[in-house]
Design a binder for this molecule. Structure first.
Ligand SMILES: NC(=O)c1ccc[n+]([C@@H]2O[C@H](COP(=O)([O-])OP(=O)(O)OC[C@H]3O[C@@H](n4cnc5c(N)ncnc54)[C@H](O)[C@@H]3O)[C@@H](O)[C@H]2O)c1
Length: 333
């Protein structure tokens, strides 16, 4: 293997563009090729990053100097690029969620296992130090037996308008906390019951808000709140919490005021500090840490922090939430 790993990126929207920039900037990797089904996107990102603008998925992957691939296509379009990357023998960093059905999850996991390539799903919040330190405290016994867990992830309506026609708030936002809550509780959920409201995104037949109650196999209860209908006047576009109460203590993570507010004559805003701030011409924060971690796992043959089983479990819960919304009844897992 070369000193620097070669990377390709498939799907060059908001996330793919960031992955491409980070693979170009990391000292352990270099960006080799990019591909989007929209040729102008491919061309624009390739020019900005100085790499090959591939004319097809196969052309992006079929290069011996590509070791790993970021798949950053829409939630419901992860399968085709992942199966192609696995068949080409490339390690895969896939944007969350793993897929939007369990059949698709299993197809991706099986393809990677039989090709012998690493698969990590980018549950980037695990690389946010606030959540990572909180989880470590729980794992070290700080809260004792977990009694309850509460996860919130609310975003502005612009995000709902951009994404809702192609996925759901449970798959796009909720899946982060379904993963984190399971990580924090350290047990599988056995029962899920969900309710939803649809008032502003009703024109695209999408839920604005989903709330779900979960029961875990260790007896803990959980509550998920996820919404993408907050007004864009809110200073921070992401409002997230994670709180665990246990027999010996509690842990709380609060996202929304990272200690930097930019104030203009008519508006105050809180810029992203932790996930992907662009500073001194480079990407920083949790997303960069996630990509660096995956490259290290490939270089040093280590197990990634997020296993395919973890990523599948989060999707299983999102699928159960939608099943509960459809039937109005709890889903037993
Ligand atoms: N980790 C995070 O915090 C985070 C944040 C936002 C989005 N995401 C995830 O990243 C993924 C992409 O989201 P986004 O916001 O960048 O979406 P986006 O709509 O901005 O970009 C998706 C891109 O994929 C391209 N595409 C679709 N199908 C393709 C295919 N078969 N081959 C090649 N290109 C294809 C589209 O043309 C588009 O340019 C989603 O799975 C989403 O859930 C993760």
């Amino acid at each position: 293997m070369a000193e620097q790993l070669g990377a390709a990126v498939i799907g060059l929207g908001m996330m793919g563009e960031r992955h491409a920039a980070i693979w170009r900037e990391l000292p352990t990797t270099r960006l080799v090729s990019v591909y989007d089904i929209v040729p102008e996107r491919t061309q624009a990102v390739a020019e900005a990053c100085g790499c090959e603008a591939a004319g097809s998925l196969e052309a992006a992957l079929d290069r011996p100097d590509v070791d790993l691939v970021s798949v950053c296509t829409d939630d419901g379009r992860h399968v085709e690029p992942c199966l192609a990357a696995a068949a080409a023998g490339k390690h895969i960093l896939l944007e969350k969620p793993l897929a939007t059905s369990l059949q698709d999850c299993d197809a991706i996991i099986a393809a990677c296992a039989s090709a012998g390539v690493k698969l990590m799903v980018g549950h980037v919040v695990r690389f946010d130090p606030r959540y990572a330190v909180a989880q470590q405290a729980i794992a070290e016994g700080a809260v004792g037996e977990v009694i309850q867990v509460y996860g919130r992830r609310n975003n502005i309506l612009d995000s709902g308008r951009r994404i809702a026609p192609r996925t759901s708030v449970a798959f796009f936002l909720g899946v982060h906390d379904l993963d984190l809550m399971r990580w924090f509780v350290g047990a599988e959920a056995v029962k899920v019951h969900a309710e939803a409201a649809s008032k502003v995104l009703v024109d695209v037949a999408a839920e604005d808000s989903i709330m779900a109650l979960l029961k875990y196999e260790n007896g803990a209860v959980g509550c998920l709140e996820t919404c993408w209908a907050m007004p864009k006047g809110i200073p921070c576009t992401l409002d997230a919490r994670l709180e665990v109460i246990g027999s010996e203590g509690m842990v709380r993570v609060t996202v929304g005021d990272e200690g930097c507010t930019v104030i203009s004559p008519d508006r105050a805003s809180r810029p992203d500090i932790l996930y992907g701030p662009h500073l001194r011409g480079e990407q920083h924060g949790a997303l960069r840490a996630q990509l660096e971690h995956f490259a290290d796992c490939v270089r040093l043959d280590r197990e990634p922090l997020i296993s395919p089983r973890d990523a599948r479990a989060a999707v299983e819960l999102a699928v159960a939430i939608h099943e509960s919304l459809r039937t109005g009844a709890p889903v037993y897992l």
